[in-house]
Ligand binder design. Structure first.
Ligand SMILES: O=c1ccn([C@@H]2O[C@@H]3COP(=O)(O)O[C@H]3[C@H]2O)c(=O)[nH]1
Length: 274
């Protein structure tokens, strides 16, 4: 099948904005980030739309993914319902405003609260897509499956650039499993992550799933067993820093994210211990 989408990639973190065309609608994911990049996406949407409904889907509420919504005032806006958890999106929008302020980024539209048309609670079919909540990186993350194209837009997971950035490791593992099931059933042949380049074909997708799962399992083992056995903090930190991802030691520029994962897992282990 010919490629049925166009992918825009921001200079900030290689954040992706996919535009997927179906017969009746144009779907736009996470328009990001800098004003000229969002303008280019808007121009493309305008040229391709041909009177069709524009459906803007937020994969999750992180600031780098939600900043461009105001540029598309007549879109049908859809997200997972957790995005509205008390104060969550407001905090993220403030982070975007703070970033823009400190780097003198000026926009022609307001970075404000999106007007949601639909909030997704559970996995469900909607028009020509299937919405699947995939929490783990954030509680509000949601994947969208284009059934005919066998294309899955997942948000911040299964990236070629990085290991999982964890908010809830148990939920993350379950979300990987849900996606793996779809792949094994032959329902997904391409995955678009929130950062980096798409994974094409079963083998590459399963590889990305497996290396993310292995990292999560190894990281949980170090922290959960360490805390259960009252291992000294310095020893645990040292052991955690020696973890690898896909057989390679953790990249210098991802060290702080790796350390944040350790802190998150410590919280999970302590709350489990009671
Ligand atoms: O390549 C990247 C870049 C960023 N992120 C996430 O986006 C979040 C934005 O807010 P934050 O800066 O507090 O944390 C960031 C990360 O959780 C990601 O998953 N992959």
């Amino acid at each position: 099948m010919a490629q049925s989408y166009k992918l825009f990639t921001s200079c900030l973190w290689q954040t992706t904005s996919a535009v997927v065309s179906t017969e009746q609608r144009l779907y736009l994911f996470d328009p990001a980030y800098f004003p000229n990049e969002v303008e280019a996406i808007a121009d493309y949407v305008q040229s391709e739309r041909n009177g069709r409904e524009l459906v803007l889907v937020l994969t999750h509420g992180d600031w780098d993914h939600v900043v461009g919504v105001g540029k598309f005032p007549d879109a049908t806006v859809i997200a997972q319902k957790e995005i509205l958890t008390a104060g969550r999106i407001e905090g993220k929008l403030n982070k975007a405003k703070k970033f823009d302020g400190s780097y003198y980024v000026v926009r022609s539209y307001e970075v404000g609260m999106p007007k949601f048309t639909k909030l997704v609670e559970d996995a469900q079919d909607w028009q020509e897509v299937f919405f699947l909540p995939v929490p783990g990186h954030t509680p509000d993350q949601m994947a969208t499956l284009f059934r005919e194209q066998k294309l899955l837009v997942v948000g911040d997971m299964l990236s070629n650039l990085e290991f999982p950035f964890i908010d809830d490791s148990g939920a993350y593992l379950e979300s990987l499993e849900k996606i793996e099931r779809l792949v094994l059933q032959g329902e997904v042949e391409e995955v678009i992550p929130g950062h980096g380049v798409p994974a094409k074909g079963r083998e590459e997708i399963l590889h990305r799933i497996e290396r993310d799962r292995q990292y999560l399992v190894d990281a949980r083992a170090v922290v959960f067993e360490g805390i259960a056995n009252n291992v000294e903090e310095d020893v645990l930190k040292e052991k955690f820093s020696q973890l690898t991802y896909d057989g390679v030691s953790i990249d210098e520029h991802l060290r702080s994210s790796h350390d944040q994962n350790r802190d998150q897992l410590c919280k999970e282990a302590i709350s489990q211990k009671g």
